[in-house]
Design a protein around this ligand. Structure first.
Ligand SMILES: Cc1cc2nc3c(=O)[nH]c(=O)nc-3n(C[C@H](O)[C@H](O)[C@H](O)COP(=O)(O)OP(=O)(O)OC[C@H]3O[C@@H](n4cnc5c(N)ncnc54)[C@H](O)[C@@H]3O)c2cc1C
Length: 290
């Protein structure tokens, strides 16, 4: 449980950070909250030559509303997101997800950017970003790239971020009228990683049918994924239990859970159906109230 040797720097601004990442490309690793990276260092599953601690880099922890979207700085903690009343009022699933991450200490230190960059297949934020069709903003000395969340989570612990890039911001489009959302997480004990996590976003048309749907799952595949077949099944349907059961079945068909300490694969598939239907019911109830 003792990490290998590494150098440590604490740059004071983003430009300095980017220069260090370029100069030490291949051996430098960003340290943000440290709640995923430090355990890996202790287990020697990660052995970087240099830790670039970005806690002193200013301007990365804001939560800003623009005319087009919400912009959440990569160093915004789970707690600061949970406590942002405007953001969670518009996108209720964000409050649902943030409140269920770890315990108060994890929520105080862990950051959304760290979670998204780490891309643990069981973490909560990736499913939320996929369902909301959010974008991830990364910067390097070559400039900025805006990457759609759909396509960003490539595989287990693998994303579209290059080693010389810093994740700076998450952008979330505003909710259309009559939109409701929910994140439902099945966990063995309070504070655990998900056994199954489902993010659902529904927009209702004026006639009450489903005009747009976002459904994404965590913990039941190599990477969090958008349940596109479930989304397609929902479009144009009435938001009722039959439609939700059909969509939940489609989400299960796209899931590939493995048996592990959270339970056997068959149990997880049954839970995908149950938790997906539950998230959709809650999203629809909130859309009716929106
Ligand atoms: C006990 C415990 C319980 C937890 N429970 C949950 C849970 O229920 N749900 C959940 O989703 N998560 C959970 N987590 C994980 C937690 O949310 C982490 O805080 C989060 O995944 C990583 O954020 P961090 O800021 O700590 O990142 P760090 O640990 O500092 O970094 C993680 C990785 O991301 C990279 N990185 C960090 N920031 C950036 C950036 N700005 N740009 C590019 N790369 C970056 C680092 O180089 C590293 O590879 C738990 C963790 C613990 C210890």
């Amino acid at each position: 449980m003792i990490p290998g040797q590494f150098d440590y720097v604490r740059p004071g601004n983003l430009d300095e950070t980017l220069r260090i990442l370029k100069d030490r490309e291949g051996e430098a690793k960003i340290l943000s909250g440290g709640y995923s990276l430090i355990p890996l260092l202790k287990l020697r599953l990660a052995q970087p030559g240099l830790l670039v601690d970005i806690q002193a880099v200013g301007g990365l922890d804001g939560i800003i509303r623009t005319d087009d979207d919400w912009r959440i700085g990569s160093r915004a903690t789970h707690r600061s997101i949970l406590e942002h009343a405007g953001l969670t009022a518009e996108h209720a699933l964000i409050g649902d997800a943030a409140s269920g991450i770890g315990d108060p200490q994890v929520r105080n230190w862990g950051t959304i950017g760290g979670s998204v960059a780490h891309a643990d297949p069981g973490s909560d934020w990736p499913a939320v970003l996929l369902a909301l069709r959010a974008s991830v903003v990364v910067r390097s000395l070559d400039g900025e790239r805006v990457l759609p969340a759909r396509g960003f989570f490539l595989d287990t612990f693998q994303t579209g971020i290059e080693p010389t890039e810093v994740l700076t911001e998450i952008r979330i489009p505003h909710a259309a009228p009559r939109t409701g959302s929910a994140y439902e997480k099945l966990e063995r004990r309070a504070g655990d990683f998900a056994t199954v996590g489902v993010a659902a976003v529904l927009t209702l048309a004026a006639d009450g049918s489903i005009a747009a749907a976002g459904v994404a799952l965590t913990a039941v595949n190599d990477a969090p994924f958008a349940a596109t077949d479930a989304e397609a099944a929902l479009l144009g349907a009435r938001p009722d239990n039959d439609a939700f059961a059909t969509a939940a079945g489609a989400a299960a068909a796209q899931s590939k859970p493995v048996s592990d300490s959270h339970g056997p694969a068959d149990y997880k598939l049954a839970m995908v159906r149950e938790i997906t239907a539950r998230a959709l019911r809650q999203a629809a109830a909130r859309a009716h109230g929106a």
